[in-house]
Design a protein around this ligand. Structure first.
Ligand code: GLN
Length: 476
């Protein structure tokens, strides 16, 4: 049995049967990560590897297992995207501006998985700077490579998390999704990625990018694993004012979708669409029909406005959220400045990368007096229309099926000089964040060159069980 080939569920079973212990599992992953560093084209899934903490936690997990009070997740390693806090360790967000910043508290999700369940933190996963991007090429800590083709990007911004799982450098990972950052890299790396309903998973201790859109979720090999981790994460948290307080029920995933109505939105299937993506999605539709689901043609008429709306709302919120990195409160400070305002300018100009600065400027512009109504207010109104499109669609469907990404993984460097081309990578994922609803990306096929392609299942508010069931039907 090769430890690195096992899913979370299989690892959990092996631990329960005493075939494996947490220290050996953790060590196998730490060895794999170290071996990757020696590869001339490393995957580079991690910004920092927490070897000591991981081994220490694994020893504690084994003691807990021996005492018989473990949960199914105890002792299983996980990679944490580097925008979530692990107390006492750096959180970099892939940015130079946070160099030297050590966190002082655990994120809620870290408290849950590591504190409560006893999962093992392998390290902090690489990401686009402040989660802005679709390729993990804007990280200050170097690019992450796609394990399926090391000359291609893994997607982003949770590219480190997706590549860690796909490259067998972690059995599971946490990512964050503001406009597609869990689902798009999951699709491009051939893993499962769930973006939950807004408010089901607390954002406490997640560095804010666009607070009304950000959600944390799991990246895993299988739908069952995604369910296990999602159920461990989903809980009310009074420390997050947008956390939903409701009774969570355990899910049962059978993959039985007989009689379900699945919407196929015409706006997501345009002429000129990538041939491989088109044939994988068509094959997925056929598979779901064979399993007894009924496909329904639907329309989400405001889809074409999703990308521009997102880039107004997200940049507006980002410009405000990123104001705090001023050289005083966190991380880096320019020490050559002669006076205070000069210190702000020099710290921010030097500490942030190009894409982050572009967004801060755009966001500040759309919020400024004179432009606020024309851009920001207008975008909020369009956001409501996009949300209503989905509400209408769910009146006659149980879920919606779409592609995740317009293309399979592209070449490293292919889009770095063209921000608009990069922004269009999220054309199929962004509306979901604007509407606050859940969606999952599940591996659905391969290109002839062997690159993974995912399918996206979108659900109504809190319909995680429905979309995971459909995802399971696609996976089986
Ligand atoms: N690619 C999108 C962006 O650049 C989404 C990022 C995300 O979901 N964090 O904003």
């Amino acid at each position: 049995m090769n430890i690195l080939d096992l899913t979370v569920k299989e690892l959990s079973g092996a631990i329960a049967k005493k075939e494996l212990n947490s220290v050996e599992i953790t060590q196998a992953y730490l060895d794999a990560i170290e071996a990757d560093h020696k590869n001339p084209k490393p995957i580079n899934a991690y910004i920092s590897v927490l070897s000591d903490l991981a081994i220490q936690s694994a020893k504690k997990a084994d003691e807990r297992i021996a005492k018989g009070n473990a949960t199914p997740l105890t002792g299983i390693p996980v990679a944490i995207k580097d925008n979530m806090n692990i107390k006492g360790y750096p959180t970099t967000c892939g940015s130079d501006i946070l160099t030297g910043y050590d966190t002082t508290y655990n994120a809620f999700v870290v408290e849950k998985l590591i504190g409560e369940h006893g999962m093992i933190p392998l390290g902090k996963a690489n990401m686009d700077e402040f989660a802005m991007g679709s390729s993990t090429e804007t990280s200050f800590y170097g690019i992450t490579r796609n394990p399926y083709d090391r000359d291609r990007i893994p997607g982003g911004s949770s590219g480190g998390s997706a590549a860690a799982v796909a490259g067998k450098l972690a059995p599971a990972a946490l990512g964050s999704d503001t406009g597609g950052s869990i689902r798009q890299p999951a699709s491009l790396c051939g893993v499962v990625g769930l973006k939950p309903t807004y408010g089901t998973v607390s954002r406490y201790g997640l560095v804010a990018f666009a607070s009304s859109l950000d959600q944390i979720g799991p990246l895993t090999h299988t739908v069952d694993d995604a369910r296990m981790i999602f159920e461990a994460l989903s809980a009310y948290d009074p420390k997050d004012s947008t956390s939903l307080d409701f009774q969570r029920k355990p899910m049962s995933l059978t993959g039985d979708i007989k009689g379900m109505k699945i919407g196929i939105p015409k706006e997501y299937f345009l002429d000129g669409m990538d041939k491989d993506v088109e044939s994988v999605i068509n094959a997925t539709i056929k598979k779901l029909e064979d399993k007894g689901a009924k496909m329904v043609d639907i329309s989400l008429p405001h889809t074409e406005y999703a990308v521009p709306t997102y880039y107004i709302v997200a940049t507006a919120e980002a410009s405000s959220n990123l104001e705090r990195y001023d050289g005083v409160k966190y991380g880096k400070r320019d020490m050559d400045a002669k006076f205070l305002s000069d210190m702000y300018v020099r710290t921010r100009s030097g500490g942030f990368g190009e894409e982050v600065k572009r967004r801060i400027m755009l966001g500040t512009y759309v919020l400024s007096a004179g432009y606020y109504d024309a851009y920001y207010m207008k975008a909020l109104k369009v956001r409501t229309l996009i949300k209503r499109d989905f509400e209408k669609a769910f009146e006659k469907t149980d879920a919606i099926l779409t592609p995740v990404s317009p293309t399979p993984a592209f070449k490293i460097g292919e889009k770095t000089d063209d921000p608009i081309a990069m922004y269009l990578s999220d054309i199929f994922t962004i509306s979901v964040n604007l509407a606050g609803i859940p969606a999952v990306s599940v591996p659905a096929g391969m290109t002839s060159a062997g690159l993974p392609i995912g399918a996206q299942v979108i659900g109504n508010l809190l319909a995680e069980e429905t979309i995971l069931n459909i995802a399971k039907a696609i996976e089986l």
